[in-house]
Design a protein around this ligand. Structure first.
Ligand SMILES: Nc1ncnc2c1ncn2[C@@H]1O[C@H](COP(=O)(O)OP(=O)(O)OP(=O)(O)O)[C@@H](O)[C@H]1O
Length: 549
């Protein structure tokens, strides 16, 4: 449903890229291309000036940008660097490479949430509620952080959420700002199925519009399908604006479904803020369980690293003793039989050494067993989560699970998916302290130090202007070429001029679907958006003149 283009992309849209092994800005070595999206191409790179860490460079052709937007874009990019939160993909900087604008961000090795959900869908299993709740809380903390700083994301979707060290991170919010710092292009041309009703009625995009999108993401995490989806733009709009809100599958709790319904209220004023959602008793309870569990994992991890040190020392001692014994044996072998008999009686130090060796072996074995016991971690999954299963879920999940699980004091089952690396453990510590701070302060925002003054005071922005529509039209022409654009545009215009564009049977020969729509569905979908917006701008009243279902 969104406009990700790669294979589908017409030749006109292809642009220059980095080749693997090449150096960029004498600092980054390109490892591989990660993929292409609507705005540009993402590459995995090694940063030679930052401990050879892995980062992502997103290369955006300047012709994708609105007008001469590079200067404001650079300013926006600089401001993005001020945002630091465990649930937000870190933005490192930007530069111009030839004629392309490049932004450098943190690399999230777990890929994006969209792919993760697709894989789960292929397995035919839903995520359990504990898993969804942990992700949801991570996203709420990130969105709350942005909103407290008066920053709107404007393009929240599963493709813009990444997994790193088992934590979900909101990314790509910079791209929309950087591409269109002075207008709202991305608000109207973003991914349609996450758009809120107010975007279509042109009453302004605000923090509550992000909440709507987050609600769509919550639904998708539970149902493994889009909350609102339809191949026809006009029908999709009608579903979002007037259709009923979807409900979660019955396996999820009434509390979670209630939260979803509140996030998907058609009237943005009735939707709760991220902070309010975090303060709902059900979410707070889950947050507390999660925070305690994280504390335990961090404590355990510290203890494990001490245990590892003890084991290393024990092993070194054992090796030293072994070498000493070999040395002693060689000396003894070189002796005459009489000499050997004599020293056998004087062999007190050797007996002492054997005792010491046995003691060290015992400590070593104890340590090994303890470490094994402590690591009741599963290595087959790339996600960190606390299970809080119903007994039925426990039965289902225990089939085929060979990892040991422990009941915590409040009955939740604790599971961690890996042995923590230094980086993972520091991410978890940052996340735990951020969650705990929120729980302790009940969301008190007095601590905000820096503010990123992008969005207006009330963080409401208009969503559509004639200029925007002109730009969208230009983009459609660029993507499809003039002739194909006109063919698709005229086709949809005629379809929409029918009495009920949704149900009309297209019998008229002149209304045969253009071939290009099959070849390049994503750009053609944009043409539908264009028509919708043109219609919107023509009418004075905020209500669209289409026949709504
Ligand atoms: N920080 C990152 N860490 C890991 N993978 C990333 C990162 N940023 C982007 N990617 C991956 O690179 C690919 C291209 O991403 P990009 O953001 O350009 O497009 P998209 O999000 O797929 O589509 P669109 O731009 O239409 O939203 C995707 O597969 C995405 O998962």
């Amino acid at each position: 449903m969104d406009f990700t283009v790669d294979k589908d992309r017409p030749a006109a849209m292809c642009h220059s890229g980095f080749s693997p092994g090449s150096h960029v800005m004498k600092r980054y070595v390109v490892q591989q291309k990660l993929g292409s999206g609507s705005f540009g191409t993402a590459y995995l790179v090694t940063d030679l000036k930052d401990r050879e860490s892995q980062k992502v460079i997103k290369r955006i052709p300047c012709n994708t940008m609105r007008g001469d937007a590079t200067l404001p874009s650079a300013r926006e990019a600089k401001l993005l660097g001020n945002l630091r939160h465990p649930s937000i993909v870190q933005f490192f900087g930007s530069f111009l490479e030839k004629k392309d604008f490049c932004i450098v961000t943190e690399y999230c090795e777990g890929g994006d949430l969209h792919c993760y959900i697709q894989e789960q869908k292929e397995r035919g299993e839903n995520f359990i509620e504990g898993h969804v709740m942990e992700w949801f809380i991570q996203l709420l903390l990130g969105v709350n952080y942005l909103h407290e700083r008066l920053v709107l994301h404007r393009d929240l979707k599963t493709k813009n959420i990444f997994l790193k060290d088992g934590i979900l991170k909101i990314g790509d919010f910079g791209v929309s700002r950087i591409l269109a710092p002075s207008d709202m292009a991305t608000t109207i041309t973003g991914t349609a199925c996450y758009m809120s009703p107010e975007v279509f009625s042109n009453t302004g995009y605000n923090t509550k519009s992000d909440i709507w999108s987050l609600g769509c993401i919550l639904y998708e995490m539970c149902s493994l399908a889009c909350a609102f989806d339809c191949p026809r733009w006009i029908k999709l709009v009608s579903l979002i604006v007037n259709g009923p809100s979807p409900t979660l599958p019955p396996k999820y709790s009434a509390e979670l479904n209630d939260i979803l319904q509140r996030m998907l209220m058609k009237n943005p004023e009735l939707r709760p803020s991220a902070k309010e959602i975090l303060q709902f008793p059900y979410v707070t309870h889950r947050g507390q369980v999660l925070s305690q569990w994280l504390q335990e994992v961090i404590r355990q991890d510290r203890k494990d690293s001490v245990d590892e040190d003890v084991a290393r020392i024990a092993a070194a001692m054992q090796e030293k003793l072994h070498l000493d014994s070999l040395q002693a044996m060689r000396v003894v072998q070189e002796m005459a039989p009489r000499q050997r008999r004599r020293i056998r009686h004087e062999d007190e130090p050797e007996t002492h050494r054997l005792k010491l060796k046995r003691a060290v072996e015992k400590v070593y074995e104890e340590n090994r067993q303890r470490m094994e016991h402590n690591r009741r971690y599963k290595a087959n999954d790339d996600v960190l989560w606390v299970e809080d299963r119903t007994s039925e879920e426990k039965d289902i999940c225990s089939e085929g699970e060979d990892s040991e699980q422990e009941e915590s004091t409040d009955g939740s089952v604790l599971t961690i998916s890996w042995t923590l690396s230094e980086q993972q453990s520091s991410t978890l510590r940052a996340y735990q302290s951020c969650l705990q701070r929120f729980l302790d302060s009940s969301g008190d925002s007095a601590e905000i130090q820096e503010s990123v003054p992008w969005d207006s005071e009330d963080t409401t922005v208009s969503v559509c202007s004639e200029q925007e529509i002109a730009l969208l039209r230009q983009e459609c022409v660029r993507l499809l070429g003039e002739d194909a654009f006109l063919e698709v545009y005229n086709y949809w215009k005629q379809v929409y001029n029918q009495q009920d564009p949704d149900t009309v049977e297209i019998e008229d020969e002149t209304l045969r679907e253009p071939q290009v729509m099959k070849l390049h569905p994503h750009p053609c979908y944009k043409v539908q958006q264009l028509l919708f917006l043109e219609e919107r701008i023509e009418v004075e009243s905020p209500e669209p003149s289409f026949t709504w279902l």
